[in-house]
Design a protein around this ligand. Structure first.
Ligand code: GDP
Ligand code: MG
Length: 370
């Protein structure tokens, strides 16, 4: 239903929020200044204070389109966890992703793991894990700015010969801000000058204390180069995932995030998307920012064609009208007509914004002094 924040209600009546809170208390409701109260309560308070209330139930087209309503608990099923690898440059993020991919991706009849897309899935002990290969920081900043949260678990890679570096700390901060658990992968332990214990000690300063030191952080010593302890890392990921109990509703229109996208000469706009809720199907009408289209074909991370993709599955999607930006949210929409309307409105808005940015400011003086 409709609701309003206490502060806004007070502002609308040009009275202090304190008065509204006091009135709410009289009604037996303890509320803070930033709390939402429902329309009925708001009406009651306003009437008591001598105001008329005219509540317009105005459902925004966008909201209607993307069906943002929450899924009922009994519609939710377990989904694979989504993992991002973060850390300082050259500490081995790409190598680790590649090593895990090469040793665990299930080969399919399409033959392959040669194709690179921005995300992939591995299977360990019958359980799937999704790895998203975005430059760690982008995953947490650009995407978060759009309200997207793609990662369940962050793997913090720290090279054992180099130790904690500036981007290591940045990565910790990003993961903390996103409130995702951190697993530390101490990499390059094959190197002669590796000092994994030093890394552990350094990280205690950032409240990442190893379990064997009485803390709660899981540390795994790995070598991406020698493919050492990779299964142990996967094991730990599954352990953390079990605690997280990640769920989604596969029986609704899909929504998720564009991981990466580009214009392919032969195939047109190609987007790698991560389905985060619902199931995406070939033939679905999808929108992402001002891009839209009908899903013409989908490929999994091995290049195999698939007809549908459920929660936590990354797929390449063909059919977008233009290249959607990485980090953009995408939605499959049932009402194509409404979808096109919303896209039209978004396009107008975007053009206006672009104009605002580019239009030079001209004052009357400028005009007369030409
Ligand atoms: P990224 O910048 O974090 O993605 O790091 P890369 O994966 O590109 O690795 C940086 C360098 O470290 C490359 O030269 C890798 O070959 C090397 N490297 C990565 N992992 C290991 C490892 O486990 N052992 C050793 N000896 N070298 C590694
Ligand atoms: Mg890299």
């Amino acid at each position: 239903g409709e609701s309003i924040i206490v502060k806004s209600l007070a502002e609308k009546m040009s009275i202090s929020a304190g008065e509204v809170i006091k009135k709410l208390m009289e009604l037996g409701i303890l509320a803070t200044i930033n709390q939402e109260i429902d329309a009925d309560t708001a009406t009651l308070v306003a009437n008591d204070l001598g105001f008329q209330v005219d509540i317009k139930i105005e459902v925004d087209k966008e909201t209607m389109l993307v069906q943002e309503q929450e899924d009922a608990p009994d519609t939710l099923l377990a989904r694979p966890c989504v993992v991002t690898i973060m850390g300082h440059v050259d500490h081995g993020k790409t190598s680790l992703l590649d090593a895990i991919r090469k040793s665990n991706v299930i080969a399919t009849e399409a033959g392959g793991i040669t194709q690179h897309i921005g995300a992939y899935q591995v299977e360990h002990k019958g359980k799937k894990i999704t790895f998203v290969d975005t430059p760690g920081h982008e995953a947490f900043t650009a995407m978060r700015a759009r309200g997207a949260k793609i990662t369940d678990i962050a793997i913090l890679v720290v090279a054992a010969d180099d130790g904690v570096m500036p981007q290591t700390i940045e990565a910790i901060n990003h993961a903390r801000a996103a409130e995702v658990p951190i697993i530390v992968a101490v990499n390059k332990i094959d190197k002669e000058d590796a000092q994994p214990e030093k890394v552990k000690r350094q990280l205690t300063e950032y409240n990442l204390v190893a379990e064997e030191w009485g803390g709660e952080t899981i540390f795994v010593e790995v070598s991406a180069r020698e493919k050492q302890n990779l299964n142990e890392l996967l094991e730990m990921i599954l352990l953390v995932a079990e605690i997280g109990e990640y769920k989604a509703n596969p029986n609704r229109a899909a929504r998720g995030t564009v991981i990466e996208a580009e214009l392919d000469k032969g195939r047109g706009p190609v987007a790698t998307v991560l389905v985060q809720n619902g199931t995406l199907k070939v033939g679905d009408f999808i929108i992402a920012g001002v891009a839209y289209g009908k899903v013409r074909a989908m490929m999994d991370h091995t290049g195999r064609r698939v007809k549908k993709a459920g929660p936590s599955m990354p797929v390449e999607v063909l059919g977008f009208s233009e290249v959607p930006p990485a980090g953009e949210l995408f939605y499959a929409v049932e009402d194509e007509k409404l979808g096109k309307q919303v896209i039209g409105e978004r396009q107008v808005k975007k053009r206006e914004e672009d104009l605002k940015v580019t239009a030079p400011k001209v004052s009357l003086d400028d005009l007369f002094n030409q």
